[in-house]
Write a protein that binds this ligand. Sequence first.
Ligand SMILES: Cc1cc2nc3c(=O)[nH]c(=O)nc-3n(C[C@H](O)[C@H](O)[C@H](O)COP(=O)(O)OP(=O)(O)OC[C@H]3O[C@@H](n4cnc5c(N)ncnc54)[C@H](O)[C@@H]3O)c2cc1C
Length: 430
Amino acid sequence: MPSSPTRSAVTPSAPPLDLLGPPLDPVGSLRRTDVVVLGGGIIGLAAAWSLAEQDHQVVLVDPAPLSGASWVAAGMLAPVSELHAAEAPLVGLGLAALEHWPAFAQALTEASGLDLGLRTEGTVLVAATPDDHRALLELLDLHRRLGLASQPLTRREARQLEPGLAPGLAGALLIPGDHHVDPRLVARALALAARRAGVRWVAAAGSALRCRRGAVEGLVLDSGVHLDAPAVVLAAGWRSAAVDGLPPTLRLPLRPVKGQILRLATRTGTVEGPRHCIRALVEGAPVYLVPRRSGEVVLGATSEEQGADPTPTAGALYELLRDAVAVVPGVRELELTEVGVGHRPATPDHGPLVGPLPAGSGADGLVLAVGHHRNGVLLCPITAEAVRAAVEGDPLPDALGPFGPTRFSPDLGGATLEAWTPLPEGPAPR
Ligand SMILES: Cc1cc2nc3c(=O)[nH]c(=O)nc-3n(C[C@H](O)[C@H](O)[C@H](O)COP(=O)(O)OP(=O)(O)OC[C@H]3O[C@@H](n4cnc5c(N)ncnc54)[C@H](O)[C@@H]3O)c2cc1C
């Protein structure tokens, strides 16, 4: 009997490595370049593309580009709805990062010919219970004190914007300036644009930075091959600190924060997906739904201090689905297409470490682009611009001033780690 057609659900889709072109064999074909970018997530790819656009010869080193957090991310560009009090210093960076997005999206769309799934309808924040509503009103108050655009909605207004919302919700806000993109489309576009701009890809891990007389000389690959370059950009996500040969005075307190996330799809003839990005608090627990034009709906995400554990767990997925159904009952009818797990590269203050190491650090020519935690997609264009500026000796965007690469390194002018009280995972993980 012929078997009926089946579709493999819940298996993560593979990143589009073909767009980067065939990987190079560094032995013989390539030993010297202007810049090596170590790590091909969304941050490394964007940095590599922006450098190659300025005519630098760039080699991207990664055994499995896009195999990290970038491939599972939801894609919210949401500095306002993401804000919570303990992270107030990040909002300035987030807003500045958002301002970089329109020009970045236009340039990337032109360079790749691909759509990025950028949607600008705004974000609806929803409270399920009276206690959640109180938390939402506190957030509204914080928005007002910081002068951020945020608008309370009556239940009727909320349901006019989002007919799929459950009738009994306690309250809602509209954040008109918080947008979203499809990070997988952005990744595809970056891979293609990087290749077209001349970025060459080596499918190997970087094992050690090579420095001589206080300056970067290049990188040793795990195969033992040496790549010579006067500039190295470290962009290997939460694994960045594992690279050997970094200056001993440089402290990189990076840790993986596990996120479990689901991909769902609308089905013809059943319920519609949401029209906006919906972020909700359900008895204090955050959950979000991010719709794509394709009919995909991303439902996320947990935020767990479990080290590098890659396992999806039934309990976490049950809770995400339960809370999403409480806010948008039609989620029950969507098709489950994928379960993903990623690891956000987190720092003690939840801010990134971006910029060149200062002269005298022992690694002149090393540029950091790490620690983007929950906001790597939002921060991708401003980080790429900062990396280009760092390599060319230009000033970095002002908003990155408080997020310098040595701020956790007392011997390089930063504060001691004890001075940083690690922030708890706030009420808005993603
Ligand atoms: C569930 C979830 C949802 C998220 N949602 C959002 C969101 O809505 N909005 C937002 O802005 N951000 C979001 N984020 C955060 C965002 O995904 C990350 O901040 C971002 O992807 C970090 O990008 P990256 O390039 O630094 O790291 P990664 O994407 O993790 O890439 C690191 C790369 O480095 C490579 N690598 C590691 N070690 C080496 C080595 N030794 N040599 C060579 N290569 C190496 C890996 O193979 C990998 O390809 C989310 C994250 C998660 C987990």
